[in-house]
Design a protein around this ligand. Sequence first.
Ligand SMILES: *Cc1c(COP(=O)(O)O)cnc(C)c1O
Length: 489
Amino acid sequence: MEKKHSPGRILEPLLKDLGQDGRRAFQLPKTDLPAVAPETQIPSDWVRSKPAALPELSERDLVKHFMRLAHLNFSVETNFYPLGSCTMKYNPRVHEEIAGLSGFAQLHPYAPDSLSQGTLQLLFELERMLAEVLGMDAVTLQPAAGAHGEFTALLMARAYHEAQGRPRKKVVVTDSSHGTNPASAALCGFDVVEVKSNARGRVSLESLASVVDHDTAVFMMTNPNTLGLFEEEVMKVTQLVHDKGGLVYMDGANMNALLGQVRPGDMGFDMVHVNIHKTFSIPHGSGGPGGGPVGVKAHLKPFLPAPMVASGSAGYRLESPGPQSIGRVRSFFGNVGALVRAYAYIRSLGTDGLKQVSEGAILNANYLKELLRGIYPIAVDESCMHEFIASAKEMKASQGIKAMDIAKRLLDYGFYAPTICFPLIVEEALMIEPSETESRQTLESFADALAKIKHESEETPERLRTAPHRMPVSRLDEVQAAREPNLRW
Ligand SMILES: *Cc1c(COP(=O)(O)O)cnc(C)c1O
């Protein structure tokens, strides 16, 4: 029954090919209700004349099939996953246990506050813990992801400027910013202006001064930036924007480098989002549920989305929106399952533990960068924060090998690929973020694989261009796969 894709490669058969008539998995007990003829309930031309041609399988068949498919996946559980900017760290199992407690997992979203006290207390405390970590005065937990957090913050910024009687049109972003920054600003109706980085990969104060004016609503900045570099002039940057009456937003996707070291609020930022699915150890991938809580300073508090959790003599409750609130941005309380995990992560590590996270992340990134020194060029080769950018530009110039070829070949060596071709300002970028949860041995074997690939680029470049060779499928036409997915196979 096994279908061949290319010589030597076996693909998992489809359920329809595995099915055998008459097989059954779990069976429900017999009903004691009278049988009802479908024709009496459904218009007759919608009633099937013969049973649907569905595959019939036993529970054993199904478990084998889905487990075999699951084993084809790369995951943070099974492989090193150095996906820059995304902080793919190990997620401790205890969080799953806690998120699975029935009081959290089975709470009905329409349950009254009086029956939701445990969850409301957790959300209330999480807001305050995040406010402390970020150096902010208040936090909303509603946004469902980082991009959603950006959008929420920009809605607040717009409402803030309007409330001052001075609506502003412009949002300034950096040329190394994540694509979500300009996208969120555009979606919010702002004009987007880009500011260039300087030769050291930082925001240039001169360029910034030339674009920030009295029509600038917000400057969005990532710190450490997407080159893994700390913006040393951040205090001057935030001052410069404030002097023009603008707000400064920090894209906090890289908080893994800052936990317990510095706080966005202390660097002058008015607003910040964190990706709890990156920094606070929530499993993520395939756009799965995460969270993008947003912290704000006191002057933006009236504009926060509603409802917020409040505590009073009668316990915890959801507060109705104030007159200036931007309203709801997410149904119910946000992605509570993810928020419970973030709470567990912070509580189990404590203040010292969070500090160790960022120290470990920075140490691991710098160690790996040193291992690769001399093998791959490093963009802006200074001490880095939690990630750094290597480049395939030399291999491209000499052998035509691109970052994509390296990423594909790494799969053969058992490693997930780093982020490639981002940030856009580095040619053939390989954005590598090891995270604090990986061992020295893992970093060394990854560096080893990259060194072997460099060697292969000189000896067997053709083999690199056609990699991967040990995966269930080899090089795919990704554009075609996205536009005309072949789901029949
Ligand atoms: C991941 C990321 C985002 C977007 O966050 P999502 O949670 O994926 O929406 C924004 N900026 C940076 C720098 C990121 O790495």
